[in-house]
Design a protein around this ligand. Structure first.
Ligand SMILES: Nc1ncnc2c1ncn2[C@@H]1O[C@H](COP(=O)(O)OP(=O)(O)O)[C@@H](O)[C@H]1O
Ligand SMILES: [Mg+2]
Length: 140
């Protein structure tokens, strides 16, 4: 599905809507897009449903943030500094992927190591405030 958003709130809303339509099992949302595209904005909307009141920030130094104000924790990754499968093993990536609700920025950096059940979200700048957002959910 393709969407156009014209401000940050509309991008957050798409994240919210995705969170509202999730299945019960493990979830992996893979975000793609340059710096300033709106990946963290999307995560903010997503998390607002699943962990209301959590403060969402890019986990640049820690690689993963956990938001625990809902029924199930949300794991927010920043994969910018991940360069190999060994790096993923070092953070225990598989454990999160098999059980958790995961949403990850910079999935460009893990290439084909993407989990099979990933929902992909590509965000492209079309102008100062314009974004084209393509959401692909094979499971649907
Ligand atoms: N349509 C839009 N969607 C998302 N962000 C937008 C949009 N228009 C402008 N922005 C701005 O772009 C920036 C996106 O930042 P952020 O979500 O941190 O991006 P990223 O995590 O991809 O680096 C914010 O400053 C936001 O206000
Ligand atoms: Mg970010």
């Amino acid at each position: 599905m393709e969407y156009i958003t014209n401000d940050v709130l509309q991008t957050e809303k798409l994240g919210t809507e995705l969170a509202q339509s999730l299945p019960g099992g493990p979830v992996f949302v893979a975000l793609y897009g340059d710096l300033g595209a709106g990946k963290t904005a999307f995560v903010r909307g997503f998390t607002s449903v699943l962990s209301p009141g959590s403060r969402v920030k890019s986990p640049t130094y820690t690689i993963v943030n956990e938001y625990r104000k809902g029924k199930r924790p949300v794991y927010h990754f920043d994969l910018y500094r991940i360069e190999s499968e060994d790096d993923l093993d070092a953070i225990g990536f598989d454990e999160y992927v098999q059980n958790g609700i995961c949403i990850a920025e910079w999935c460009e950096h893990i290439g084909t190591l993407l989990p099979d059940h990933a929902i992909t979200v590509k965000i492209e700048k079309t102008g100062e405030n314009g974004r084209k957002i393509t959401i692909c959910n094979e499971g649907e």
